[in-house]
Design a protein around this ligand. Structure first.
Ligand code: DGL
Length: 259
């Protein structure tokens, strides 16, 4: 049975890439809510409604478990979904927090969308797992459009990163959790701005590692099917440049109730 993965858009493909590297034989059904992206500036209720519809869709398609690759959905919707579904629903937070703590370092910085940071989900999970740990959280909303535009490096992106990260540098963070699907693509710039002394925790890799423990060893086909809530347009080309030619079995347009 396939693994369901969803995100507000195409950013969740960073998680798909990590999942495919860890589970090459696993079928993956990916929903990108391209008609309603971004989630990062929407209310909790809206993100919960969108996420519920997508999990319904993936359940109907036969997903055995679902990964909310979107950190905003993980922060705002996964706790309630996980309680009410028959199939397991995983978010990014637990694994990201575990990976940050495994470094044994602190203080810990967390960057994410305004909704993720305002929810306090990462801050609470880190405080619960390690009381007294200094955590510095910062919303970095311009990072998503910069990645969407393909501005993964260069003067402008570096300037934006410096401004956002300045308070975290002041607090002498030693670990930074990249709590958004898009941020692993900015690792180069983030590493440059923060310096070699700060460890970057890529939550897409942390999530794939955490799921490994829950996997059975059955051998399956390893197909990736993608469902989008808006017209695919040039999507396939972009995905193949990211995941490799022939990586995608199909791309279909779907309609969800609130779409
Ligand atoms: N996928 C979102 C996340 O990981 C970022 C893009 C958005 O705002 O929808 O938080």
């Amino acid at each position: 049975m396939p693994l369901g993965v969803f995100d507000s858009g195409i950013g969740g493909l960073t998680v798909v890439r990590a999942l495919r590297a860890t589970f090459p034989k696993r079928d993956i059904l990916y929903v990108g809510d391209t008609a309603r992206v971004p989630y990062g500036n929407k209310s909790a209720e809206t993100v919960q409604n969108y996420s519920r519809e997508i999990v319904d869709f993936l359940e109907q398609k036969g997903a055995e478990r679902v990964v909310a690759a979107c950190n905003t959905a993980s922060a705002l919707a996964v706790a309630s979904l996980a309680k009410t579904r028959k199939i397991p629903v995983h978010g990014m937070i637990e694994s990201g927090v575990a990976a940050a703590l495994a470094t044994g370092e602190g203080p810990v910085g967390v960057i994410g969308t305004p909704a993720t940071i305002a929810s306090g989900a990462y801050q609470k999970a880190l405080a619960k797992a390690r009381p007294g740990l200094r955590v510095v959280a910062q919303a970095t909303p311009l990072f998503v459009p910069l990645v969407e535009e393909g501005w993964l490096e260069g003067e402008v992106t570096e300037k934006v990163a410096r401004q956002y990260l300045e308070p975290l540098i002041r607090e002498k963070i030693r670990v930074l959790v990249l709590a958004c699907t898009h941020y692993p693509l900015l690792k180069g710039v983030l590493g440059k701005v923060l310096g070699a002394g700060v460890r970057l925790v890529d939550s897409s890799e942390a999530c794939a590692d955490a799921l490994k423990a829950t996997e059975s060893s059955r051998v399956e086909k390893g197909e990736l099917r993608i469902f989008l809530t808006d017209e695919p347009g040039a999507f396939l080309g972009r995905v193949e440049s990211f995941l490799g030619k022939g990586a995608v079995a199909s791309v279909e347009r779907i309609h969800l109730p609130h779409g």
